[in-house]
Design a protein around this ligand. Structure first.
Ligand code: NAG
Ligand code: NAG
Ligand code: NAG
Length: 239
């Protein structure tokens, strides 16, 4: 599932990842159009940069694939993922090894060229705070990505914890001084709960967003045994 590569946006041209069984989607680049069915892999990107760098003339938001933004010359970073369509996935971006990511400010999720879909920029962190938990919904219409939304988190998991604060709009944030690499002991890597909605190219309904929305967001982390240590440590043990 969450194969991830981190590189400059300019290098996004080709992402070589082997297709898994049942995956008939031959499009591996986030800046190309794909038409998918359930169980295909789907490649999309997340770009990290300052908020203004996602806008042309500070007013028109473009896809990070659009060369007019010149994201690479602004030091933006890119993570590329290939989750399976309609499977609930937890994606991670390791900020211990890439500390500039949650100080860069904002991230935008995107895919496609002619049908370029991109999310609004969402705040990830600055020198004071790091946000580590996100939910992303990829919405398809007949197998083509139509829309990408971030669902904002609630603050219920941070109330009463001195290392965390509740930021309006964004949900819980960890005070940056508690993060590894900045003097603290918490792994402030970003975890993105991913879900799908809409329809695939055969008009089959994608249900995983419905499933995620019915569950408590944090209870899902227990399903991902490889991440259990970092994630449950972050939320349950340290504070
Ligand atoms: C952006 O600004 C430049 C220079 O001010 C101008 O030439 C260009 O037409 C503007 N583009 C848009 C889309 O507003
Ligand atoms: C991030 O990388 C560091 C150093 O390689 C590692 O110790 C840490 O467990 C990783 N965190 C996650 C969430 O993978
Ligand atoms: C960091 O972000 C928070 C929340 O958006 C904001 O209140 C604060 O002023 C920012 N701090 C810096 C140093 O930019």
């Amino acid at each position: 599932m969450a194969a991830m590569a981190l590189m400059l946006v300019a290098a996004a041209a080709l992402v070589a990842m082997p297709a898994e069984a049942g995956d008939e989607n031959v499009v591996f680049q986030p800046c190309a159009d794909a038409k998918v069915q359930r169980r295909d892999g789907f490649t999309f990107g997340i770009a990290f940069s300052g908020r203004d760098s996602f806008f042309l003339n500070q007013s028109l938001q473009l896809s990070p694939c659009d060369s007019r933004l010149s994201l690479s010359s602004r030091g933006a970073q890119l993570a590329v993922f290939r989750p399976k369509v309609d499977e609930i996935s937890l994606l991670t971006v390791n900020t211990t090894t890439n500390p500039t990511i949650n100080r860069g400010g904002f991230m935008v999720a995107f895919a496609g060229s002619k049908y370029a879909a991109r999310s609004s920029p969402v705040f990830v962190g600055n020198s004071s705070y790091a946000i580590t938990s996100f939910t992303l919904v990829l919405e398809f219409h007949k197998g083509t990505l139509q829309d990408v939304h971030w669902k904002t988190g609630s603050c219920s998991s941070c109330s009463g914890k001195s290392s965390m604060v509740c930021l309006r709009e964004q949900g819980c944030a960890i005070k940056a001084a508690n993060c590894k690499g900045q003097g603290g002991s918490v792994d402030c890597s970003i975890g993105i709960q991913l879900a799908f909605s809409g329809t695939d190219k055969h008009d089959a309904v994608l249900n995983s967003w419905y499933e995620v929305s019915k569950l408590q967001q944090y209870s899902l982390y227990g399903l991902y045994s490889d991440l259990k240590n970092s994630l449950t440590t972050r939320y349950d043990n340290i504070f």
